[in-house]
Ligand binder design. Structure first.
Ligand SMILES: O=C(O)CCC(=O)C(=O)O
Ligand SMILES: [Fe+2]
Length: 413
């Protein structure tokens, strides 16, 4: 049976100095990504940079944890989705623009991959209310996606990852036949992307999962389609693992990053990645990164959101084409009278068509309904003009890709 453990590349001193792998090691990386959907490159990030960021992110992790049910967690409260501070003080090129990571993703995906997701996964030490709990095995690509490589996650643990502190469980080779056909849980839900149990058992018989030890300073490149699971941290040390996603340059993905202006000069010095950024003041960046939904809409909202906000609020009705999910957050009390009407069957629209998440006051259109209604979704908001925030990009900080992209790509609409 093929090994369950990933290939780990140990670059030579010259490769580390040049921040580039030799063609031989690059070949190993590409081969591993192709067959396993994952490769580890050791000694790629200096420890001092990791320590500095870790100190800040561990403090932030406790602040997020104290929000309990309102913390941005994935599946279990012990697995927090946590952004890094998007300001120069914490922006180290060897971490966020790691040249070896870019070399590999560029070779695998084509010139200038698009970096449009920057966050982290934090496995918290157990508490009385939250014993170590594993996530369901899932794919982060919980939407209709190509059957060939289109995105790689660059994971950078800030400390050594071990089975004890929750090293991510990985299912090597599972990227090859992944997709919505093996998943349950809808896109945008907290528990989306779960792999069906019978599929897991079939796969386990071919190549079971593993929890590798990943040394500090290593980077892990993972095909976005690969099955994996966060595992409960049984130690008393917070384990932060950054997650940056590089998308293929041809993949139509409208997500954007938000950074403080202070990062701009560093970003402009690199040309390996395309990085769509909304630049904001230091103050805004710092007040927003742990509170993504608490403030005004992003500086450059996704086009569909803009149309929607205008139409919905001014005319009471708006049309959005080819949307597979729209999330409306209403900054008002729970009495808000929001009516969502779908497709031509306006009269048939019923409460059941809307998923209401009480605690966040989030209404989200069910993906299956929207797909069924083919070419358009009409939305009417019956309420006094009030602040309506549309988040087409992030819900629970998971990867949100408006349906225009894959609908166009895959349904040929
Ligand atoms: O924290 C981890 O090890 C993985 C977390 C994860 O996969 C997720 O939250 O989607
Ligand atoms: Fe995940």
């Amino acid at each position: 049976m093929t090994s369950s453990y990933p290939t780990s590349i140990r670059p030579s001193a010259t490769e580390i100095k040049n921040r580039q792998l030799t063609p031989q090691n690059l070949e190993i990386a590409i081969r591993s990504l192709y067959h396993d959907g994952l490769v580890v490159v050791e000694n790629a990030v200096p420890h001092a940079a990791l320590d500095r960021l870790n100190e800040k992110m561990v403090r932030d992790a406790y602040a997020l944890q104290s929000r309990k049910e309102n913390s941005p967690y994935n599946y279990n409260r012990g697995n927090i989705q946590q952004d890094s501070p998007p300001v120069k003080d914490y922006f180290d090129r060897d971490i966020f623009l790691n040249p070896i990571a870019t070399q590999i993703t560029t070779t695998a995906l084509g010139p200038r991959p698009k970096w449009t997701f920057c966050s982290g996964n934090t496995a918290m030490p157990p508490t009385a209310d939250c014993p170590p709990t594993s996530q369901p095995v899932h794919s982060d690509a919980d939407f209709d996606h190509p059957t060939h490589p289109f995105a790689y996650v660059v994971n950078i643990p800030l400390i050594e990852m071990t089975p004890e502190n929750g090293s991510t469980e990985i299912w090597l080779g599972s990227h090859i036949d992944s997709g919505l056909h093996v998943q349950e849980g809808r896109h945008g839900e907290r528990a989306s992307g779960r792999i069906k149990l019978d599929e897991l058992e079939k796969r386990r018989a071919i190549r079971p999962p593993c929890q590798p030890v990943v040394p500090k300073g290593a980077i892990v490149l993972r095909d976005l389609r690969l099955w994996h699971a966060g595992i409960g941290n049984q130690t008393d040390e917070v384990r932060v693992m950054l997650a940056m996603i590089h998308f293929a340059p041809w993949y139509r993905n409208p997500m954007r990053l938000e950074f403080a202006e202070s990062v701009r000069s560093i970003m402009e010095k690199q040309d390996g990645l395309e990085v769509p950024v909304d630049w904001v003041t230091e103050e805004d960046a710092m007040s927003r990164y742990l509170n993504p939904n608490a403030t005004a809409p992003p500086a450059t909202p996704p086009a569909i959101a803009a149309v929607f906000v205008e139409d919905a609020v001014e005319d009471g009705e708006g049309t959005i084409e080819l949307v597979d999910e729209v999330v409306i957050e209403v900054d008002n009390d729970a009495e808000s009278d929001v009516v969502v009407l779908i497709g031509d069957d306006v009269d048939d629209a019923v409460e059941d068509d809307i998923v209401v998440e009480e605690e966040t006051k989030c209404l989200s259109l069910r993906q299956d309904l929207v797909q069924r209604c083919a070419t358009h979704v009409s939305i009417r908001v019956d309420l006094k003009p009030l602040r309506v925030l549309i988040t087409a990009e992030k819900v629970y900080r998971k990867i949100q890709i408006p349906g225009t992209i894959h609908t166009t790509l895959f349904l040929g609409l």
